[in-house]
Design a protein around this ligand. Structure first.
Ligand code: DAK
Length: 255
């Protein structure tokens, strides 16, 4: 059985982690399938935004502890798992996490790699690695710190505590909370709204925002300006402004 299910609802797609017997524990095989599915949708002209979800019970309970438990540092490094996980971060289309149940360790880190997070009221977040004698290994110390600030990130990562959807929302890392019956629909509605925009402008906006995590302000502003100017060579910019002047809805083609 496939570890990943892809549901196409053009212009969006829902990618679902599908390893229910292990609460979607993120084995190397699952990550490989996930990245392949996301990359394929990233190349697909008919898809403009992607929702990533798990089940109501578990978004993902972390990296697969059974597969890591006996590895040495050298073996861990040789497997280049980080390279594989990075594929998620490199997706250019808007990626929205629809999180319910457990989002622990690597599961929380995957949600943090997404561009927005919609959570069910029952979602639980946590970087639990410290309880296993390790630290987050897929960006948690960096992305969580960017998301919620140093002091809260210290508390999350050093205590290994579990946080409710409401606490994660208050910390600023969750965009929206919905009842369990609605979180996926809410995430899809958000994806559909975004999918109405110009795909080229969306990619440029995502690139510019993510650049702000790496660059000093001056450099970030340069990057923004460069991306901004480039958009004036696109048909979508012409269409967007023409449609406004003609008082109609724009039809963006991604060119
Ligand atoms: N790995 C493997 N199996 C897991 C798992 C996990 N993370 N979480 C759950 N399972 C499995 C359980 O072993 C059990 O399988 P069987 O024993 O039935 O074969 C099945 O899922 C159901 O779990 P439970 O029986 O434990 O279910 P409960 O409802 O009682 O408890 C729980 C649910 C989520 C509270 C509990 O399962 C739990 O505490 N799970 C572990 C949570 C955790 O510590 N997560 C952090 C893992 S460390 C890296 C990238 C990322 C990472 C590392 C490196 N690189 C790129 C290098 C990330 C590390 C982590 O995420």
């Amino acid at each position: 059985m496939s570890l990943i299910l892809v549901h196409r609802e053009e212009p969006i797609a829902v990618v679902q982690l599908n390893r229910p017997e292990a609460l979607n524990a993120l084995s190397p095989a699952l990550i490989q399938e996930l990245v392949a599915a996301l990359q394929s949708l990233d190349r697909d002209e008919n898809i403009r935004a992607i929702v990533l979800t798990g089940s109501d019970k578990a978004f993902a309970a972390g990296a697969d502890i059974k597969e890591m438990a006996t590895l040495t540092a050298k073996e861990m490094q040789e497997k280049d798992l980080i390279g594989a996980w990075d594929g998620i971060w490199k997706i250019q289309k808007p990626l929205i996490a629809a999180v319910s149940g457990f989002a622990f360790g690597g599961g929380c880190e995957i949600a943090l790699m997404c561009d927005m997070i919609v959570a069910s009221e029952t979602a639980k977040f946590g970087q639990l690695e410290i309880n296993l004698g390790i630290i987050p290994g897929a960006g948690g110390t960096q992305r969580l710190t960017h998301a919620i600030g140093k002091w809260k990130a210290m508390e999350w990562i050093l205590t290994g505590n579990i946080y409710s959807a409401a606490e994660a929302f208050q910390s600023g890392m969750v965009n929206k909370i919905a009842p369990i019956s609605e979180y996926l629909n809410e995430a899809k509605a958000l994806a559909k709204k975004i999918a109405e925009k110009s795909p080229i402008a969306l990619a440029a906006a995502k690139k510019a925002i993510l650049a702000s995590l790496n660059l000093p302000l001056d450099e970030g502003l340069k990057k923004e300006r460069q991306l901004f100017y480039q958009l004036f060579d696109s048909e979508d910019q012409k269409e967007g402004m023409k449609a406004f002047l003609e008082k109609r809805k724009p039809e963006f083609t991604g060119r």
